[in-house]
Design a protein around this ligand. Structure first.
Ligand code: DGL
Length: 274
């Protein structure tokens, strides 16, 4: 059992996309220690059933708890959409009442509701995230008058992972996916997937300056900072030596390169089994 001031912050994603979020978190809060886990052996989660996503996410949270994390961020939207509620309401109170697991959906939703002028918000994400209706539910909790328009974009994760973010294929896919949302005259668009931050510039060009884009990295970092200010009992437990550790469930040259690309600097993950 770790003592006070000895707990790193855990960050989990189905793969390496969450490193894009961790990059922004580290930029904003560099003083803390972080442990990252990417479930690269079982990625993508986006097209899996809720039952499986919950099982995988719970295993990942357990692993991060074993590393001494008392606070874990689910950087994966699909895991946040399909598993977070059950973990927060069932698993934690029963087994780990002192520990906290947070997701990326509520931070993005709070920001979108804050900036939208017309109350017409678009959301893009994986199939799992979109069919869960988690974004819509959270937006309507904050303001039931808002109109939410969603679109699953299953091709965007493979496009990013295959290094095609700047290609004509990416352009075509984004245009196709966003067309129905643009027809609904949204004024705010949530990029509800770890990988879409990589496509932000392209998406901005396509949707134009009238639409505010909510990209999760910066938003999650700001909200985490605010959360830790409001929860000194948790903040005081976090180790502050600026160390970062990376774990993955599979590792090859491609993953190694991809990880470094998402994090913006070289990383050396250790392979583990869940
Ligand atoms: N990390 C996932 C998300 O944010 C995208 C990749 C996957 O489908 O596992 O939804």
């Amino acid at each position: 059992m770790r003592g006070n001031k000895d707990c790193p912050i855990g960050v989990f994603d189905s793969g390496f996309g969450g490193l894009e979020i961790l990059k922004q978190v580290v930029k904003c809060l560099p003083q803390y220690d972080y442990v990252y886990l990417g479930d690269t052996a079982r990625t993508p989660y986006g097209s899996r059933s809720q039952e499986v996503i919950l099982k995988f996410t719970q295993q990942a949270v357990d692993f991060l708890f074993q590393q001494g994390c008392h606070l874990v961020i689910l950087a994966c939207n699909t895991a946040s959409a399909e598993a977070l509620c059950k973990i927060q309401q069932g698993y934690l109170p029963k087994y780990y009442p002192q520990r906290r697991v947070l997701g990326v959906i509520i931070p993005a939703v709070e920001k979108a509701v804050e900036v939208s002028q017309t109350g017409r918000i678009g959301v893009v994400g994986t199939e799992g995230t979109i069919t869960s209706l988690a974004f819509e539910r959270e937006i309507l909790k904050l303001n039931p008058k808002i109109k939410v328009f969603q679109k699953a974009c299953p091709l965007l994760v493979p496009i990013v992972e295959n290094g095609e973010s700047k290609s004509a294929i990416a352009n075509l896919a984004i245009k196709n996916y966003l067309k129905p949302l643009l027809l609904k005259k949204i004024d705010t668009l949530i990029l509800g997937c770890t990988h879409y931050g990589f496509l932000e510039k392209k998406i901005k060009k396509i949707v134009g300056s009238q639409i505010t884009i909510i990209s999760e990295g910066k938003v999650v970092a700001d909200k985490l900072k605010d959360y830790l200010l409001r929860h000194p009992e948790i903040e005081q437990q976090i180790k502050k030596t600026g160390q970062r550790q990376f774990f993955t469930t599979d590792l090859n040259d491609k993953f190694q390169k991809l990880g470094s690309l998402f994090f913006g600097q070289p990383i050396k993950p250790q392979k583990i089994e869940l």
